[in-house]
Design a binder for this molecule. Structure first.
Ligand code: TYD
Length: 226
């Protein structure tokens, strides 16, 4: 076995505002869509084939954002107000954009993020019923013009998720929210899917992990020209 000496560069970045910009791909989906497992499989493939990329996640991805993540996901913060929650997600996103996403895109790198502001629209605007406009406006401020080139969305209905979830033992604060919340998040995502543009790819995530991995990997490679 030989280590790949020259990682595969993604040469199809483009020039924006006079600077080279890499591609920014976001993976989205509700809890239980298998997103984490599928992203691990994709990571394995990209590593094996010597791709040069940055994989990051929300909420988190930087030291400060990980600290905010701990506050958000801690089981002890049941008294957190929904607006505080929305602002903390947006705050961790701003840090993530400034420290990881923008600098790497400016280097022409492929950046893959596990969730981005579409999550806040689904979970905070619809799930917490804070409304689209308010949540969108704090996120416009947070992302500072950085939008995904493509969002790959794992679509799965709440019934399938519930059945998958029964196998899980421990749930964090957000996961242990009542079913009506998750139903609103699901319906919120469906509304966003109707609203969103051609940069959105919807994958049927009711299928097996292997099938969903293959479908999303094929799409990803198509986008990055690999
Ligand atoms: P995480 O453990 O990363 O879950 P997953 O593997 O499903 O991504 O926790 C992220 C949780 O935070 C998840 O329940 C979705 C929620 N979330 C929001 O409510 N708003 C947001 O803006 C983001 C990024 C995540």
């Amino acid at each position: 076995f030989k280590m790949e000496k020259n990682p595969k560069q993604i040469y199809n970045g483009y020039i924006k505002g006079g600077i080279m910009r890499g591609k920014f791909i976001v993976f989205e989906g509700s809890d239980g869509s298998g997103k984490t497992t599928i992203l691990n499989n994709i990571k394995e493939y990209l590593d094996e084939h010597g791709y040069d990329y940055v994989l990051t996640r929300e909420p988190g991805g930087t030291r400060i954002a990980e600290m905010v993540r701990d506050i958000l996901l801690s089981n002890h913060d049941e008294e957190m107000s929904h607006r505080t929650e929305a602002l903390l997600f947006a705050a961790s996103r701003a840090q993530h954009v400034d420290q990881i996403i923008r600098p790497n895109l400016e280097k022409g790198k492929l950046v893959i993020s596990d969730r981005f502001y579409m999550s806040s629209l689904a979970y905070q605007a619809y799930g917490r019923e804070l409304g689209y406009d308010g949540v969108m406006s704090i996120n416009e401020f947070a992302i500072d013009g950085i939008k995904p080139d493509c969002t790959i969305f794992f679509n799965v209905d709440p019934i399938t998720v519930l059945n998958r979830k029964k196998k899980q033992v421990e749930a964090d604060r957000l996961e242990s929210e009542e079913d009506s919340y998750h139903k609103r998040v699901y319906e919120g995502y469906q509304k966003l899917l109707e609203r969103e543009d051609d940069n959105l790819i919807i994958i049927d995530a009711r299928k097996s992990i292997e099938e969903v991995t293959k479908a999303s990997l094929d799409k990803l490679l198509e986008i990055i020209g690999g």
